[in-house]
Unconditional design. Structure first.
Length: 496
């Protein structure tokens, strides 16, 4: 009887240790890293001395190579405008030649008076002939192709800027996801580590009770099995944590800090209703605006192809200075200058122009269909993201209830084990249920925050300006204004 009382006391003591370890580890670690959610599901807590979500987003905005590559691509497309504007400007070319030649010239002169014979003069020698020329051509009319090409190039610039916005959104969303993944895996790792510590204590107590004859070998085997499973989950959690660190470094560009602060959702920045989110996405999402600019680019390409059938009028001026002559040793120098109007009328060039026109019209039709596809895609993405956000909110409430119920269940099993109505296995199962509930809560909190950023990106509003990041925002207009009217130079604005 006394032995049974001691056994029940040991069970109760082990249960109290297990309950305290799991609950304390979960409460302290989840509150400090994953942050316990308030009633509305928002993550709360202070992050003093820890890395923050805003810092991670700022670092990714500055350091991400994919984003910096897209910025370079946008600057390269800016050069299409001065290339098109070159059609308004004259084209000037210079030529120079130096010829070293030998001339043997025999000249016959007929006498002007009857009876006077003709005379012959021979001149020969080696001499150098120098020639310098300058030719300028100015297009006066080319069927408005220059104006059309300029409008097309400007459309390409606007399209590239929208593509840059798309990349910015992708990078910022990836950064937010990487941040929350690291936060989640760190919390789960600590939960699994605490669980293993509790299982080790439980196994030692069960072995002591087996030695005292209070339990059977089956109880020891159950405790050993549960400990092995806990260690397996700990190894998996460690692997996931290392993977999350690597993803953080890849996306954000710097190693993660030792500790991360809680990150709240950004629901306040999104529309309040699904219809409002869809309307915002259909007007502001960069995929749609990019498709709209691509339609305009294709329309200008049709006009350019049609302009190939128009006549071209150009003014051509030429100046040439020669020192010496290849025809006569007596000529010392000559100067020639001319100006001409040159009209070129295409009549038939094998039909290539007509084929290009038909091709451009087909491309225009394709771009219009692409615009419809982009609108449908954005609407579907917004709807999906909104559904994921609603599900994440519901999951927060469900997992909170699950954690509360698991805590009550563990306390009940502990009390019942104290009076001999529950076994060691029952305590272990209740403890594992609580650990699983805590893990589910951390996962739900992660999904809640990521889903709020996903909705913001789906509506086209995930940007440093809307997020309020304290950073100098990259402005593609600056480079465009620097190069648009440049007449020459090989250095880019940054001096390279």
């Amino acid at each position: 009887m006394l032995r049974g009382a001691r056994g029940r006391a040991a069970i109760a003591r082990g249960a109290r240790i297990a309950a305290f370890a799991v609950s304390a580890a979960a409460a302290l670690w989840v509150a400090s890293l994953a942050a316990e959610p308030a009633a509305n599901g928002r993550l709360v807590g202070t992050g003093a001395g820890a890395g923050t979500m805003d810092e991670a987003l700022i670092q990714s905005y500055q350091n991400n190579p994919q984003l910096n590559s897209q910025r370079s691509a946008t600057r390269a497309i800016d050069e299409n405008v001065p290339t098109a504007l070159a059609g308004y400007r004259p084209r000037v070319s210079g030529t120079a030649s130096l010829t070293d030649q030998y001339l043997d010239q025999l000249t016959r002169t007929t006498g002007t008076t009857a009876g006077i014979p003709a005379t012959y003069t021979q001149a020969k020698g080696a001499f150098a002939v120098q020639s310098y020329g300058l030719t300028a051509t100015q297009t006066l009319y080319n069927g408005l192709q220059t104006a059309t090409r300029t409008r097309q190039a400007e459309g390409q610039v606007f399209s590239a800027r929208e593509q840059l916005r798309t990349t910015e959104q992708t990078v910022l969303l990836s950064a937010a996801t990487a941040y929350m993944n690291l936060l989640q895996t760190a919390a789960i790792l600590e939960l699994q580590r605490s669980n293993v510590n509790v299982l080790e204590v439980t196994l030692r107590q069960t072995r002591d009770r087996f030695t005292a004859g209070e339990v059977t070998r089956t109880d020891v085997a159950q405790a050993e099995s549960r400990l092995s499973g806990g260690r397996s989950q700990l190894s998996l959690a460690e692997s996931n944590y290392v993977t999350a660190q690597a993803q953080y470094l890849q996306v954000i560009g710097v190693p993660p800090p030792a500790r991360l602060a809680p990150a709240p959702p950004v629901d306040r920045l999104s529309p309040r209703t699904l219809d409002g989110a869809i309307a915002r996405g259909r007007t502001e999402h960069p995929l749609i605006t990019t498709a709209m600019y691509n339609v305009d680019i294709a329309l200008q390409q049709v006009k350019i192809a049609e302009g190939a059938l128009a006549p071209t009028l150009a003014a051509v001026g030429n100046v040439q200075k020669n020192f010496g002559s290849t025809q006569s040793l007596a000529v010392l120098e000559t100067l020639q200058a001319s100006i001409a109007a040159q009209l070129t009328v295409p009549i038939y060039q094998g039909g290539a122009e007509y084929s290009a026109i038909r091709q451009a019209k087909e491309t225009l039709g394709q771009r219009r269909l692409d615009l419809d596809t982009a609108r449908d895609q954005v609407q579907a993405t917004v709807t999906q993201a909104w559904g994921q956000l609603d599900a994440a909110k519901a999951q927060i409430d469900a997992t909170q209830s699950q954690v509360t119920a698991a805590e009550v269940a563990l306390n009940g099993v502990r009390e019942e084990a104290r009076v001999g109505q529950r076994t060691t296995l029952d305590v272990l199962n209740a403890q594992q249920d609580l650990v699983n509930a805590r893990v589910a809560l951390v996962t739900a909190q992660r999904d809640r925050v990521v889903a709020s950023y996903t909705v913001l990106a789906a509506t086209g509003a995930l940007s440093p300006q809307i997020l309020g990041l304290k950073i100098e925002v990259y402005d593609p207009v600056t480079h465009y204004q620097q190069v648009r009217d440049a007449w020459g130079g090989v250095r880019v604005p940054d001096g390279r």
